[in-house]
Design a protein around this ligand. Structure first.
Ligand SMILES: [Zn+2]
Length: 391
């Protein structure tokens, strides 16, 4: 009998010891998880954000985090003709003065009681691993938002302040002035390597030079907006409203014709110059207007290191936002891969903005663009077959 009682006591002691050990493990895993994300988060305190979009907001989150691989662009065939003179003028420099940013002040630290409550809460679920073949450290897309462009909402805090929808650490990537040989495909390759999507604002004339490159941009799932026909400052002296509308609409038509399918009702004014009559016009056309939260000023830079430094420093300051870069610029094309690596290392997340509905171009301007181009004939025979030296 004594032996039996002694055995029971021993068994109970062992069970009690195991229970204590398990409890300690649970607590240590709590502490570990709650500290881990902070080490990778951007160093600044999160700015206050209106996280939930109101039902009437033009911004709706449609996909929380599914990441699908982005197709790597196929190599582009040699240019059909010698590289034409770019339509980009010195105009972007005019935007250099408009760098003031009005990001809200960092939030105050939460009171101590709130911190205790947070510590006792169950740990957040671990982030879903990014499914990006060939790159275990890919950024991926953290969130996809759908934009209802009815009435022409404005985005980018340099000029528009109505829609503060990005959460701390969230970034929207935008690229202007393409498509261009070498540089645009380099940007596409880097974006595909990280399985992220961006918004492109191509110039109409450039789209007519390199339609195949723009087709690759669209095929990779990026949003393709537009950026006028020939990159003129629509606010300059002597520019009539009719001329400006033609610049906007021919740009839209050229991009749509080059893509050969649906494009986004997203527009960015050259040099971020916004004449009020044209802002109204875009509202009537239900086209969203994109300024920027951060201008990289990459068009002034020759080296990729400068572009990376410019973007990372501005992001560190603002903690989130839409970044303006140029796939037309070689320094950006060279640096974008490293920049995306840096974004991942510093805990930033990429948000993809896509339109709720496609943009319809206007037939009158489609015709004007077609007249500008040398129309392809039904014959696809190579020149060597058509033209033969005979003597
Ligand atoms: Zn531009």
């Amino acid at each position: 009998m004594r032996v039996v009682i002694a055995c029971v006591i021993v068994v109970l002691s062992v069970l009690a010891a195991l229970a204590v050990a398990q409890t300690q493990n649970v607590f240590s895993s709590f502490t570990g998880r709650s500290e881990a994300p902070a080490a990778k988060a951007p160093t600044q305190s999160p700015a206050p954000t209106r996280v939930a979009a109101a039902p009437s907001s033009p911004v709706q989150t449609v996909a929380p985090s599914p990441v699908t691989p982005v197709a790597t662009p196929a190599p582009v065939a040699a240019a059909p003709q010698p590289a034409p003179a770019p339509a980009v003028h010195a105009a972007p420099a005019a935007s250099a003065g408009s760098t003031q940013h009005t990001a809200p002040a960092p939030a105050a630290a939460p009171p101590a009681t709130q911190q205790i409550a947070q510590a006792a809460a169950p740990p957040p679920p671990a982030p879903a691993p990014v499914n990006c073949p060939g790159n275990p450290n890919a950024l991926g897309i953290a969130r996809t938002v759908e934009i209802d462009t009815t009435g022409g909402p404005g985005f980018g805090f340099e000029h528009f302040k109505q829609h503060d929808f990005l959460r701390p650490g969230e970034v929207v990537l935008t690229f202007d002035d393409g498509p261009w040989l070498t540089n645009t495909p380099m940007v596409l390759t880097a974006l595909a390597h990280h399985c992220v999507r961006a918004i492109f604002f191509p110039i109409g004339k450039h789209a007519t030079y390199y339609p195949d490159i723009l087709k690759q941009v669209a095929a990779a799932g990026h949003a393709v907006g537009s950026h006028t026909w020939s990159h003129q400052n629509l606010n300059k002296k002597g520019m009539t409203i009719e001329d400006a509308k033609t610049e906007i609409e021919m740009g839209i038509s050229a991009v749509r014709l080059a893509v050969g399918g649906a494009t986004a009702p997203f527009f960015r004014f050259p040099a971020l110059q916004h004449p009020p009559e044209l802002v109204t016009y875009l509202g009537e056309r239900n086209i969203a207007i994109f300024s920027t939260d951060m201008d990289s000023f990459d068009f002034k830079m020759r080296k990729s290191d400068q572009v990376i430094k410019s973007v990372m420093e501005k992001l560190k300051k603002h903690n989130k936002g839409m970044v303006l870069m140029h796939d037309f610029q070689h320094a950006t094309a060279e640096g974008i891969g490293t920049l995306l690596d840096q974004l991942k290392l510093n805990g930033y997340k990429v948000v993809h903005m896509r339109p709720k509905a496609p943009l319809q171009s206007l037939p009158k301007y489609d015709e004007m663009v077609i007249k500008e181009q040398k129309l392809p004939t039904v014959s696809g025979r190579p020149t060597a077959e058509v033209v033969k030296t005979v003597e």
